[in-house]
Design a protein around this ligand. Structure first.
Ligand SMILES: Cc1cc2nc3c(=O)[nH]c(=O)nc-3n(C[C@H](O)[C@H](O)[C@H](O)COP(=O)(O)OP(=O)(O)OC[C@H]3O[C@@H](n4cnc5c(N)ncnc54)[C@H](O)[C@@H]3O)c2cc1C
Length: 319
């Protein structure tokens, strides 16, 4: 179980820190470990998802050191405990605006204000929505973006999974534990997911695929009852009964707060090979700055690199 180690700023005078880390996913917590071991007493703001997206998935099988896999939430907890052991502080708080015009950088949060000598942005990404009628209304009533969180509610029921990447297949396979059938609706006729996942999904007796098809509406009064599907090749529309809709169609980086202050590309913060952003003293790591790899190990690696560079930056200043 993930846990919090200390109280928030509670609307008091701005709190001055050497290293402020926005985000407590793999990137933020790895940065916290490295900054803590450099004795910089980093403070990590968790946002709403302690452990990040990794904590949303049931099992992670591709993080080295865990030959039998590790629970996503468990891995986040281990990251957190390791960082705290060396002096990192994890605060349940969310940043809502930043002023990067001068150092110390100012960060306004739900609970107060921080002044940070260096800032590591590790705000990750959030799941994309289909943006179809019924989706918002039925979220939490059959529409979900997290199989680990909500899979259990679909015991002995039928579910639809939307998407064709790793997450869609991983989570679809996980849902077979509960659901009687998992129908994966994909807008193309080939999958983006890795070969091992594809093999497992094709071989699974509970999984079936509907190709070249999009969901145009989610139907239901109190809860999801069906989805309206459209074949993108023929234009044919059908209504497909289901109890749940799990949506895994990619992510958008959580970087809107930095627009106009940092150089960005397609919503991702631009960093060089050492995680430096366009402002000295501000570093970015993980999915907020990575349109390519988007894995726990790569995000954690970027977080570690960002903290090492923040350490170097502070050391140069004090020379
Ligand atoms: C369903 C699913 C399954 C996955 N399976 C795997 C897998 O098997 N293997 C693998 O390697 N990867 C997997 N991934 C991808 C992996 O989880 C991500 O690549 C990784 O979590 C990215 O780490 P991150 O730290 O950059 O960002 P995130 O994990 O997105 O964490 C972002 C953090 O920032 C916080 N935050 C956001 N906004 C603010 C704010 N304004 N102020 C403060 N904090 C903020 C959030 O609360 C969160 O703590 C999966 C992802 C999903 C969604």
């Amino acid at each position: 179980m993930l846990h919090l180690s200390s109280v928030s700023t509670g609307g008091e005078a701005p709190r001055h820190v050497k290293v402020l880390i926005l985000g407590a996913g793999p990137a933020g917590l790895a940065a916290a470990l490295y900054a803590a071991r450099a004795e910089l007493q980093p403070v990590v703001l968790t946002g709403t998802q302690l452990g990040g997206q990794a904590a949303l998935t049931h099992t992670i099988e591709n993080y080295p050191g865990f030959p039998d896999g590790v629970g996503g939430a468990e891995l986040g907890d281990l990251f957190q405990r390791q960082a705290e052991r060396f002096g990192a502080t994890v605060e349940f708080d969310t940043a809502h605006s930043v002023d990067l015009a001068q150092r110390p950088f100012r960060v306004q949060t739900d609970n107060g204000e921080y002044r940070a000598e260096t800032l590591i942005i590790a705000t990750g990404a959030s799941p994309n929505h289909l943006k179809v009628p019924g989706e918002a209304e039925l979220t939490g009533r059959g529409v979900s973006y997290c199989a680990t969180c909500d899979g259990w509610f679909f015991k002995d029921k039928q579910v639809v999974v939307v998407g064709g990447g790793d997450s869609a297949l991983e989570e679809g396979l996980f849902l077979t534990r509960y659901a009687t059938s998992v129908t994966i609706v994909h807008r193309r006729e080939t999958l983006r997911a890795g070969a091992i996942l594809q093999k497992r999904a094709f071989a699974h007796p509970k999984i079936r695929f509907i190709w070249n098809t999009i969901v145009t509406e989610i139907l239901g009064k109190e809860a999801v009852e069906a989805v309206r599907l459209k074949n993108v090749q023929t234009g044919e529309e059908t209504v497909f009964p289901t109890d749940g809709v799990f949506i895994f169609i990619g992510h958008t980086p959580n970087t809107h707060m930095f627009v106009g202050q940092l150089e960005m590309e397609n919503g991702y913060i631009k960093v060089d090979s050492r995680m430096h952003t366009s402002i000295p003293g501000v570093f970015a790591a993980g999915e907020a700055a990575d349109p390519h790899f988007r894995q726990v190990i790569t995000s954690a690696g970027m977080g570690a690199a960002a903290a090492m560079e923040a350490t170097r930056f502070l050391a140069e200043l004090s020379k």
